[in-house]
Design a protein around this ligand. Structure first.
Ligand SMILES: [Zn+2]
Length: 190
């Protein structure tokens, strides 16, 4: 641990104390820390490891990276002004090209109260983005869900599932028979 902490390889230069001095709940300071350590799972970062779309979930217009999510997306900009922090967002001192440098500059120049409000705002943006994402996922799975329906009276329903194993020349099949009161009657696999 001492080696890792002392190593230049992992050290990121910046005003780390400014982050922890922010007057905000720990979760908000922690978000700033994750943002500056470069470990927030934005789509831009995820794409290096998993297949996913790159565009911002909210506006679908630009690549979803930290700078876009927190500073440039139209919804984020509205949030900055709704919380009365427009002057911080548009301050000429904080127009660095990456989100980490912007955060460090804000931490160095603003009061711990303002840094606290900024960190809470960023936390809300991030939190809502993920709520939106999970709503999207559950909506698509619900839409794709097919419910089993009972057969009509005196009818038997047979459900079939078949698998083709590519390259092996093998196929498998499973069948099950149910009556109109949803009782299992028979089944087979081959
Ligand atoms: Zn956007």
């Amino acid at each position: 641990m001492r080696y890792i902490i002392g190593s230049d390889k992992y050290h990121v230069v910046g005003n780390w104390n400014g982050i922890w001095k922010a007057q905000a709940p720990h979760k908000a300071c922690h978000l700033l820390w994750r943002l500056c350590r470069g470990c927030l799972p934005t789509r831009y970062r995820l794409l290096r490891r998993v297949e996913c779309t790159l565009n911002c979930l909210v506006c679908d217009e630009e690549i979803e990276d930290e700078l876009h999510i927190f500073f440039r997306c139209a919804v984020a900009r509205d949030s900055w002004s709704a919380t009365g922090l427009s002057s911080v967002l548009h301050n000429a001192t904080y127009q660095q090209i990456n989100a980490m440098d912007r955060i460090f500059a804000v931490c160095s120049n603003e009061s711990s109260d303002t840094v606290g409000r900024v960190s809470m705002l960023l936390w809300c943006i991030w939190h809502n983005l993920h709520k939106l994402q999970s709503n999207n996922v559950s909506r698509t799975t619900k839409a794709g869900l097919v419910r089993w329906e009972k057969p009509a009276l005196d009818w038997v329903k047979r459900n079939v599932d078949i698998a083709f194993v590519s390259g092996s020349g093998r196929t498998s099949v499973g069948l099950c028979f149910c009556d109109n009161s949803d009782h299992f009657m028979a089944g087979m696999t081959q």
